[in-house]
Design a protein around this ligand. Structure first.
Ligand code: FMN
Length: 163
């Protein structure tokens, strides 16, 4: 799969089989995330991988939505220490997570962290220091759906030379 194909084909997956994901694959996905660009090369992130079923089930309870996290093989918390462009940096890492998961034949879904009110409680539950912000939560598993989603056309969004 080329990088172009991964970007063209990736969709948010919220339904998963019961199959687990091996640690080597998870590690490679995180490895792709930590190689994302960051302002001033600050790399302000930490990644917490959660695979315990009881822990996964706690997350949607705190969020009040995203029940599919409880059925994922794992989820990844993307945490940021204070940094100039921490949110942008961690969003770049999150996109790398999604694309790396897709390249491995896995399905993933980005779930909002900050600035939603539940973010500090989720971060605290998994031991993050209070200085750190939960930027995103990524649910990952073997896909049990292949959804299509409406996207704005290239012609609608592309402006040559001037808006
Ligand atoms: C910042 C951000 C927050 C999101 N939060 C959620 C969420 O809380 N729950 C959810 O089911 N999907 C969430 N998504 C996934 C979007 O719903 C999804 O990307 C969008 O519908 C487009 O679909 P696609 O990813 O298949 O292209 C989020 C995506 C982003 C970028």
């Amino acid at each position: 799969m080329t990088a172009i194909q991964a970007m063209q084909q990736r969709r948010s997956i919220r339904s998963y089989t019961t199959q687990s994901v091996d640690r080597a694959t998870i590690s490679e996905i995180i490895d792709c995330a930590r190689l994302a660009p960051t302002a001033m090369n600050d790399q302000p992130w930490e990644f917490v991988v959660i695979t315990e079923k009881s822990s996964l089930a706690r997350i949607p309870q705190l969020l009040g939505h995203a029940e599919f996290i409880a059925t994922a093989a794992l989820c990844i918390l993307v945490l940021a220490r204070p940094s100039t462009c921490a949110v942008e940096d961690c969003c770049a890492a999150t996109q790398n997570l999604l694309l790396a998961a897709h390249a491995h034949g896995l399905g993933a879904c980005w779930v909002a962290g900050s600035p939603l009110p539940y973010a500090p409680a989720v971060a605290a539950l998994f031991g993050a220091p209070p200085t750190h912000t939960l930027v995103s939560i990524v649910a990952v598993g073997h896909p049990a759906e292949s959804p299509s989603v409406e996207k704005r056309s290239l012609a609608d969004v592309l402006h040559w030379e001037k808006y």
